[in-house]
Write a protein that binds this ligand. Structure first.
Ligand code: GAL
Length: 667
């Protein structure tokens, strides 16, 4: 059986050649068997147009392979070199005001630039040709973090032309477009596709919380921009595939919201992503990290890699917290619990120059192994014994949450209430579910719902007749569907439905939204039900129940006593409608009622704060991963006798976990 890939992101070009051997040896000593290289090295691989120099990389790869270290090779297109930008400044991306986004950092290119596409093809072809015989190269990474630094949407002349073409292919006839966007509003009728604009800087731009452009145009522009990235990536994939059969990936960014990751990943052999739980800009809760892992697994319904995993304090100008003893190990196991089959730490060694001088890796600037290195070594040793259990294992999930990028963009453009956030709502449901010790698949509306006992479609506002039929079939056949306020209120083109709300979901939910109330300036409305009380602070749908049963009512304001949460039997299944936002405790309790009613068992008898459990399956064998995200030890009642697979200990009734500790239990 092959070992699981375990490694680091390595930049040999940042260090003198006589250090490479030392690095490879240190890597081997902590069981590192893979590194990623090359993804920003264009200027060194092609120092001047048409002059290629791959010798240094060949040499580094040779040294690594002598130590049994494999390689993921990155195409270097995220950093176009100076000679190229000087010769062709037209490749630069442009912002909403038409300003070029210049040389000096990275990602300064437009996906739709024919010139940039030509140079991209050339460098990718040269690399694919050159490295095709190198057996230690086990994967390709295309570019680096598409869309990072707000680089998905460009407003240049190329994009304008391509947008018009994209719209022509979509609508065929300009009248269809006018109808879909409702351009009669404010005299925006277009007479031909050649008249279409990009939603660039215009009047009203400064008004708080509003994007003044036509919502149909905006959503199509977001879709077009995402599609442009998908196409640009495909161009590189096609080039590599001419020479190599090695699997191809791209490093995604978890909750990043500008690219439809379901679309982007269709052309990839596997998904990988970059996980930084705690850096200069962001301190993610363990639940948000878990959800990102689950989304990355859901994108292709397949296990994934972590291509960059945090291994030190990190930031550009200031640093986030240093990972505490045990946290690097815990993060690796958390990734594995949710479906990671490879972990590469970013980065092997902190760099002494450049924008990321403060982004620490496994080694500090001086290159001397210390605590973080030894923790990575410990994980390496442990994982090498667990490979068989981890590779091709599956997360056992009977619940799915549907995430839609089209819906996300629609909500971002017009969030209904200034405190509403679609991703935030999904995350709240996700957190409530995993707090009940069950696992969740994050899926798209295109996936089959059949294998799930419960499917959540929070605030799924954009709808089509097809999706409506699909959910009706699912519920009719016994599925449980959970929808919320704002579900079913719009058509797929982002116009508002004339159907009585909840629009496309009215029939199956057995209710009517009589009125709604968007809560502003800190207003709160009491919710009573399921033997609890909480308050809504964003939104209240005031429900009239035709067939549904009421589970909670409003306890204040002029709609006191009216229904807030309902459940309706439809065919063999049920539909829950949650008409308001809830606090976390109420949510957790409500979700427990919903899942236990659907016959779903929780992983452990009683949840413990800060402790996550993931049930996994490998062939016919099941095992439970328990992760303590607390900085203090915990004792967990697991209700049975198990073998702990890292230590080999026998566990009877309860398991003791150290701060940031991990256990893997098998019956
Ligand atoms: C990632 C990126 C890496 C590096 C790292 C630290 O987003 O892929 O190249 O920049 O962040 O900033």
């Amino acid at each position: 059986m092959m070992d699981l890939y375990y490694g680091a992101d390595y930049y040999p070009e940042h260090w003198p050649e006589n250090r490479w051997e030392v690095d490879a040896e240190l890597m081997e000593n902590c069981k590192i068997n893979i590194v990623r290289v090359g993804e920003f090295a264009w200027a060194k691989l092609e120092p001047a147009e048409g002059e290629y120099n791959f010798d240094w990389l060949d040499k580094a790869i040779d040294i690594l392979s002598k130590h049994d270290i494999n390689v993921v090779i990155g195409t270097p297109t995220a950093a176009p070199p100076k000679w190229l930008v000087d010769k062709h400044p037209e490749i630069l991306m442009r912002d909403e005001k038409g300003h070029p986004r210049g040389f000096g950092t990275r990602r300064h290119y437009c996906y739709n630039s024919p010139v940039y596409q030509k140079y991209t093809k050339e460098i990718v072809k040269k690399m694919a040709e050159h490295f095709k015989g190198q057996s230690s190269i086990v994967a390709w990474q295309i570019d680096n973090e598409f869309g990072c630094h707000d680089t998905t949407r460009c407003y240049c002349e190329n994009c304008l032309q391509k947008f018009r073409k994209w719209l022509k292919e979509k609508y065929g006839d300009i009248d269809e477009l006018n109808k879909a966007w409702g351009t009669i509003f404010w005299s925006q009728i277009y007479r031909s596709f050649e008249e279409i604009i990009l939603p660039a800087y215009t009047v009203c731009d400064s008004q708080d919380h509003s994007n003044p452009h036509n919502p149909g145009l905006m959503l199509d522009f977001y879709r077009f921009s995402s599609d442009s990235v998908v196409k640009y990536q495909k161009l590189q994939i096609d080039e590599i595939k001419k020479y190599s059969l090695v699997p191809i990936t791209h490093n995604l960014m978890g909750h990043f919201d500008q690219i439809d990751y379901f679309d982007l990943s269709k052309d990839l052999d596997f998904v990988s992503w970059d996980n930084y739980p705690n850096n200069q800009w962001n301190k993610a809760s363990y639940q948000l990290t878990a959800m990102a892992h689950d989304l990355m697994r859901g994108i292709k319904n397949k296990n994934f890699w972590v291509m960059e995993e945090q291994s030190g304090p990190c930031g550009w100008s200031v640093m986030g917290d240093t990972p505490k003893p045990g946290q690097i190990r815990l993060w690796a196991y958390q990734a594995i619990a949710h479906g990671a089959e490879a972990i590469l730490y970013f980065r092997w060694r902190a760099c002494t120059f450049g924008t990321e001088e403060y982004w620490y890796g496994i080694l500090d600037h001086d290159g001397i192994p210390r605590r973080r290195y030894y923790e990575v070594q410990q994980v390496g040793r442990e994982l090498s014994k667990l490979s068989d259990l981890i590779l091709d294992s599956r997360v056992v999930a009977q619940i799915a949450i549907v995430k839609s990028y089209d819906n996300l963009w629609s909500h971002e453009l017009q969030p209904h209430n200034s405190n509403f956030d679609y991703n935030g709502l999904i995350a709240q449901y996700y957190k409530g579910l995993i707090a009940n010790n069950v696992s969740v698949d994050m899926i798209s509306e295109e996936c089959s719902f059949d294998k799930y006992k419960v499917v959540f479609m929070p605030a799924f506002n954009l709808m089509t007749d097809e999706i409506q039929s699909k959910v009706e079939e699912y519920v009719k056949n016994g599925g449980v569907l959970v929808i919320t306020f704002r579900s079913g209120t719009r058509n797929w083109d982002n116009s508002i439905t004339t159907k009585t709300l909840p629009g496309y979901f009215k029939k199956i939910s057995g209710i009517e939204v009589e009125e709604f109330d968007s809560l502003n300036q800190g207003r709160k409305v009491i919710i009573n039900g399921i033997d609890s009380e909480c308050s809504a602070s964003i939104w209240c749908d005031i429900l009239k129940t035709s067939e549904a049963e009421t589970l909670a009512t409003y306890g204040s304001d002029y709609y006191k006593g009216k229904s807030a949460i309902t459940v309706n039997n439809f065919g063999k299944g049920r539909v829950y409608y949650i008409g308001c936002d809830l606090d976390n405790e109420f949510m957790k309790k409500l979700l427990y009622i919903i899942i236990s009613d659907a016959g779903i068992r929780t992983n452990i008898p009683k949840s413990v704060k800060g402790v996550e459990t993931v049930l996994k399956k490998k062939d016919t064998e099941r095992y439970l991963m328990i992760l303590n995200h607390n900085s203090y030890p915990v004792n967990i009642n697991v209700g049975g006798k198990y073998k702990e697979l890292i230590t080999g200990d026998i566990i009877d009734g309860s398991v003791y976990l150290l701060p940031f500790g991990v256990a893997i239990l098998r019956d």
